[in-house]
Write a protein that binds this ligand. Structure first.
Ligand SMILES: *Cc1c(COP(=O)(O)O)cnc(C)c1O
Length: 400
């Protein structure tokens, strides 16, 4: 995505390791035993969709998943003519059908108005029958997007069949609880999906793709077990979708399931450098609200990064509560006091011969130490997803 803000390029960058991304894709594809749609929504979970898309396609991804038409256009341009299918997973809105068709984006549809928007634009252009592929999303238990099996699905399929330019290329659903492998929600949703697929078949439609799943359903082996038989009932190809794991992270699965997941490597390394150093005596107060008071003489390093960059304020520390850390010279340097909007202070008392300009790893590995998105998520009491896509636009993403 083009950034509207000025990055402080001297100060921080997120390096995106192309080899790790490709290797994660190949390992996951192997584990899934079926085609894998690479989810690159939210600017590839903060990794930069325009950087990641060509790498994933080069590794063999035939399908990429984005959130919006605008993001699809950016990704299509980044592919520079290399063929790949791009699925716009959150549907389309008024005024977007033209861009969808111009850039050969496949829209997920579940509201009748989605079909109307595409058919009207196709009619305006005189496009031939069946030239615009769509994927119908079935709501099997998220109550978010998707059409419910039964009367609502019948109605949508009728609308689809009355829109000559449109072609049902895929049917999909999204599962709510795949990291909880024993949760009956998974089987319940797959049953509803099967019911929907039966309706599709009865309507005489033959989609090419049937897809469901995410990182955890690949990781647990649930999707490779459940999906191919369902797809076979329609003579369609099964496909599963993966986001988080592409970037090297996976959710803990509830105890029962062994992880089929191969060795994933984190793709993003977020670095900055020390821009100032000071020695303070015992009793010095550090940062807003003097939340930290030096218990003894300390050496403090200033980092030109703060919560406006996505270095979360929840990594702050006080004398009563430890916070996050960064890596300098292969050692953990704890955050001292409050993380500010643009600045963070860390304790480098234990880092010998530290100097202005030294590289600092905010997320990633250095030497034998590693700070992952999981550590930030734990401290911020949130998910790795939110941490990764929260790294802000002003941190330049650089392919390495
Ligand atoms: C985000 C998303 C995924 C990927 O989920 P992960 O847990 O990141 O693998 C799959 N399908 C849909 C519809 C999504 O929105």
């Amino acid at each position: 995505m083009p950034s509207t803000r000025s990055p402080r390029t001297h100060a921080a960058a997120a390096s995106i390791c192309a080899a790790a991304l490709r290797q994660n894709f190949l390992a996951l594809q192997h584990a899934a035993q079926m085609p894998l749609l690479a989810v690159i929504k939210a600017d590839a979970y903060g990794h930069g969709a325009a950087l990641c898309a060509p790498e994933l396609v080069a590794a063999g991804a035939g399908w990429l998943g984005v959130t919006s038409v605008q993001e699809g256009v950016t990704v299509r341009e980044a592919l520079r003519g290399t063929p790949a299918d791009i699925l716009v997973m959150c549907g389309l809105w008024h005024g977007e059908a033209a861009a969808c068709i111009d850039h050969a984006l496949t829209s997920v549809v579940w509201e009748p108005y989605h079909l109307t928007l595409l058919q009207c634009e196709a009619t305006r252009r005189g496009l031939p029958a069946g030239s615009i592929p769509v994927h119908v999303e079935v709501d099997t238990g998220m109550a978010r997007q998707g059409v419910a099996p039964g009367a609502a699905l019948t109605h949508l399929l009728t609308c689809l069949q009355a829109a000559p330019a449109l072609r049902l290329d895929g049917v999909m659903t999204h599962l709510a609880s795949t990291e909880c492998t024993a949760d009956p929600q998974n089987a319940r949703q797959m049953e509803r999906f099967a019911q929907a697929l039966q309706q599709v078949q009865q309507a005489g439609l033959r989609p090419a793709w049937i897809h469901a799943g995410n990182t955890s359903s690949t990781d647990s082996g649930y999707m490779p077990n459940a999906l191919p038989a369902l797809a076979a009932t329609l003579g369609a190809q099964p496909m599963t979708r993966t986001g988080l794991a592409l970037y090297g992270y996976a959710l803990p699965l509830d105890g029962t399931a062994p992880r089929v997941e191969p060795n994933l490597q984190p793709v993003l390394t977020w670095t900055t450098c020390i821009v100032s150093l000071r020695d303070v005596p015992a009793g010095s107060t550090v940062g807003y609200n003097a939340a930290f008071v030096a218990p003894g003489p300390m050496r403090l390093a200033l980092l030109p990064v703060g919560y406006a960059d996505g270095f979360r304020r929840a990594l702050s520390s006080s004398n009563h509560q430890a916070g996050g850390a960064v890596l300098i010279d292969g050692r953990r340097a704890p955050v001292v006091g409050r993380v500010s909007m643009d600045l963070t202070v860390v304790d480098v008392s234990d880092v010998p011969s530290v100097a202005i300009g030294d590289e600092v790893v905010l997320m990633g590995s250095q030497g034998s130490e590693c700070i992952g998105a999981d550590e930030h998520a734990r401290l911020a009491n949130t998910s790795m997803y939110e941490v990764l896509c929260g790294i802000s636009d002003r941190v330049p993403r650089v392919l390495s």
